[in-house]
Write a protein that binds this ligand. Sequence first.
Ligand code: MD3
Ligand code: FE
Length: 216
Amino acid sequence: MTADLFDDVDPDQRSLVLAPGATLLRGFASDAARRLLDEAEAVAAVAPFRRMEKPGGLAMAVAMTNCGTFGWVSDRAGYRYVREDPCTGRPWPPMHACFLSLATAAASCAGYPDFRPDACLINRYAPGTRLSLHQDRDERDFAAPIVSVSLGLPAVFLFGGERRRDRPARVPLRHGDVVVWGGPSRLRFHGVEPVGSGNHPATGAWRVNLTFRMAQ
Ligand code: MD3
Ligand code: FE
């Protein structure tokens, strides 16, 4: 049980190594959360949240949009990073300074002082929505970490192994938690259990997750 991971640590400890290369910075984004959510809303006003098609044709449950030079997209043709939003034909909205500084500060804390994300995928989960186990391997350089920021409703993150069949650990993630996924953890399978219903003061009935990536 992953809850055990949390039982042994000093309650004041704000940073926890989940696995080699995976660092949880609990509450690291709490102070910035309001600004991050307002900015995510501004991004979505230009590049709307949409449920992308998987290569097999089914729609993903999670609604997504992007900001930054590159955005991650999925359609019948597969997964890739593109400079233009296929919904609008326009470039993705730029990555706001508050996004960039939060992500680079978190990466620095976890030992990645050179992290310069060029893509931020914004995921939005309604209650009941899950993300099935997958690897993130569309980025050019797996030496760069991915920084994730959890906002709004809590969720149980599934942290698997290097093989799909490895049984995942369950990691509860709450509003303001940031995780830096790098090194030997970078290609581990991961997903999100169905988000429970609830009403969060910052987001209402949503979970919002930001993932910062060095795509190119
Ligand atoms: C572990 N998002 O967008 S973030 C994704 O909560 C994604 O929306 C989830 O998985 C979410 O691809 C999880 C945490 C995360 C992101 C990338 C990872 C964990 C990771 C890459 C390697 C290992
Ligand atoms: Fe992922």
